[in-house]
Ligand binder design. Structure first.
Ligand SMILES: Nc1nc2c(c(=O)[nH]1)N[C@H]1C(S)=C(S)[C@@H](COP(=O)(O)O)O[C@H]1N2
Ligand SMILES: [Mo]
Length: 537
């Protein structure tokens, strides 16, 4: 046989792929795998896209300290950073897999299969996906292996074909450049471009199909919500936005967002239902029209995240529209001995809320379907979420709500309880300075210090401000809206030129004054006083 691969003088080696060809082969295998998985995921559930599933699992497995650090450091960009980092690692591993496979396709095949297994396990362990979702990583693995092995074979043929005729040029890199290799070489290039374009088409197709099947259309079709009991209009002077505080109502697009979902769960209103069960007399199943059909109430509520550091941004206020949660629970008939509302979102996140808080008509917890006059935005829990005034979001504000089990604390443990956060988490009385900002240079003369304070369900009694080590001075408060929302404050100072330090403390209507003792956010919310350094020039 005079087959090229049996060419003489190649005892230890055999044909080798040139470095760029090997790297490209690995990379294109990865692309094909990701694109095919993404397309299938558009049909079986967006989070089944192996890349996203791995990212989601990474989030759930991340130690709480690291997660807290990521939120503090990258803010809302923490997910972008995670996805970007994962992409980088994948590209590097796939290129290395290609480079390890310059002779035989085996090492690359092993690496791709391992990749596929990781994706499969990640999808399999997602609480929001059924068995069918495993099709996505399987197809992904198949496409990745097929593309890689096919390109690898094409590449090797390119290298080995002319070798018999050119024994002098043993080096594969130069062999691949010689003139009579043109045809196999072209075949490799055409194959490689084909895989690249095919991956692009599949990936884009997955993206488009996924979007068309999304909840956005369902939300748009809902129109405006008919509210029976509107929130009282804001009184004049409810905020000091001109002095640098936020506006009283946070526009939806600016409302802080905190959740564990890497892709926003897509639930269409028409597909949604809520099951209320457990320690109740009558199990209930409500659909979207059941909720929308009841008289809707609107409440102005300030929500806050337990991860908010002293002076932090994770606090916002909206007019939430919905029905009273207490009414639903009364209809179900909560039994004696029930302790928590264990609620679950469509993506499997869970939350434990004290039954007393949920049943308390005066507190006024909502099953909310609207926010600032619109149906809930997708990222804030469309179609239905919980909102309970006075409790940090992780124990009260389940988005994409789908199940409420009335149970005991011992029977069920919510998501963050297993990650070192506390069971009971009422929002702590706090205040924040918004102006001047840290290290701001302000011109000499009068300086208005302004900010926000909050003590949901209790109300703010006063806010005091201290310049350097001077006396505490009482600030002017904005017009009160209700006890469940923030209150703005401002005070004019006349500091001498130079460096200054301004500190604030709030006192709530129970008489409690915000402590100066610093505590981190874990386990039940930060304490301490916000201090800002600024300079008068
Ligand atoms: N499904 C789901 N709901 C969730 C969360 C989550 O991770 N998943 N996070 C909670 C937390 S920690 C907070 S602070 C609030 C934030 O709600 P927002 O993003 O609408 O501001 O949602 C709560 N509801
Ligand atoms: Mo939170």
């Amino acid at each position: 046989m005079s087959d090229a691969s049996d060419a003489p003088a190649r005892t230890d080696a055999g044909p080798r792929l040139p470095v760029p060809v090997a790297a490209l082969t690995g990379l294109l295998g990865l692309l094909a795998a990701l694109a095919a998985g993404h397309l299938v995921a558009a049909f079986v559930g967006p989070t089944a896209s192996p890349y996203l599933a791995v990212g989601n699992s990474a989030i759930d497995l991340t130690p709480v300290e690291v997660k807290d650090w990521a939120v503090q450091t990258f803010g809302t960009y923490d997910k972008v950073v995670l996805l970007g980092g994962m992409a980088l690692v994948m590209v590097l591993v796939s290129v290395v897999a290609g480079l390890l496979s310059r002779r035989s396709a085996l090492p690359g095949t092993i690496v791709i299969t391992l990749f596929g297994l990781v994706g499969g396990v990640a999808v399999y362990t997602r609480p929001d996906l059924g068995q069918l979702a495993l099709v996505a990583p399987l197809v992904s693995l198949g496409a990745g292996l097929a593309a890689f092995r096919w390109l690898h074979a094409l590449g090797l043929r390119n290298v080995s074909a002319p070798q018999g005729h050119v024994p002098a040029t043993q080096d594969a890199d130069t062999a691949s450049l010689s003139a009579d290799t043109a045809s196999p070489r072209r075949r490799f290039l055409v194959g490689a471009s084909g895989v690249a374009v095919g991956a692009g088409v599949l990936g884009l197709g997955g993206q488009l199909i996924g979007r068309s099947r999304s909840a956005q259309g369902s939300r748009a079709a809902l129109g405006t919500l008919e509210v029976a009991e509107k929130a009282p209009p804001l009184p004049p002077g409810a905020d000091f936005a001109k002095a640098g505080t936020p506006t009283f109502i946070t526009p939806n697009k600016d409302f802080y967002r905190v959740d564990t979902a890497l892709v926003v769960p897509q639930v269409r209103a028409e597909d949604w239902s809520l099951r209320v069960h457990g320690m109740v007399d009558n199990e209930l199943v409500l659909d979207y029209d059941d909720i929308r059909g009841r008289p809707l109430v609107e409440r102005t509520i300030t929500m806050c995240c337990v991860s908010n550091e002293v002076g932090g941004p994770y606090i916002s206020t909206a007019n939430f529209i919905g029905i009273e949660l207490a009414g639903v629970l009364e209809q179900a008939g909560v039994r004696q001995g029930a302790q928590q509302l264990f609620s679950t979102s469509v993506d499997g996140w869970t939350c434990g809320t004290p039954v007393e808080a949920a049943l308390d008509r005066e507190r006024g917890a909502l099953l909310a379907i609207g926010m600032n006059g619109e149906p809930l935005p997708l990222e804030h829990g469309f179609p239905v979420r919980m909102v309970v005034p006075g409790l940090y979001g992780y124990v009260s504000a389940t988005k994409w709500l789908t199940d409420i089990e009335i149970t005991t604390w011992d029977a069920r443990r919510a998501y963050w309880l297993d990650r070192s956060w506390a069971r009971e988490a009422p929002i702590k009385t706090q205040s924040r300075i918004d102006s001047p900002q840290g290290f701001e240079k302000v011109p000499a003369g009068n300086v208005t210090v302004a900010g926000i304070a909050w003590a949901q369900t209790i109300g703010i009694e006063k806010v005091e401000v201290r310049l350097d080590d001077g006396p505490w001075r009482e600030a002017e408060l904005s017009t009160s809206v209700n006890e469940d929302t923030w209150r703005m404050w401002r005070l004019e100072l006349d500091p001498a030129p130079g460096q200054h330090r301004v500190t604030t403390r709030a006192t709530d209507k129970s008489g409690y004054t915000q402590t100066g003792e610093r505590q981190g956010t874990i386990p039940d919310g930060a304490t301490g006083r916000h201090t800002v350094l600024f300079e008068v020039t």
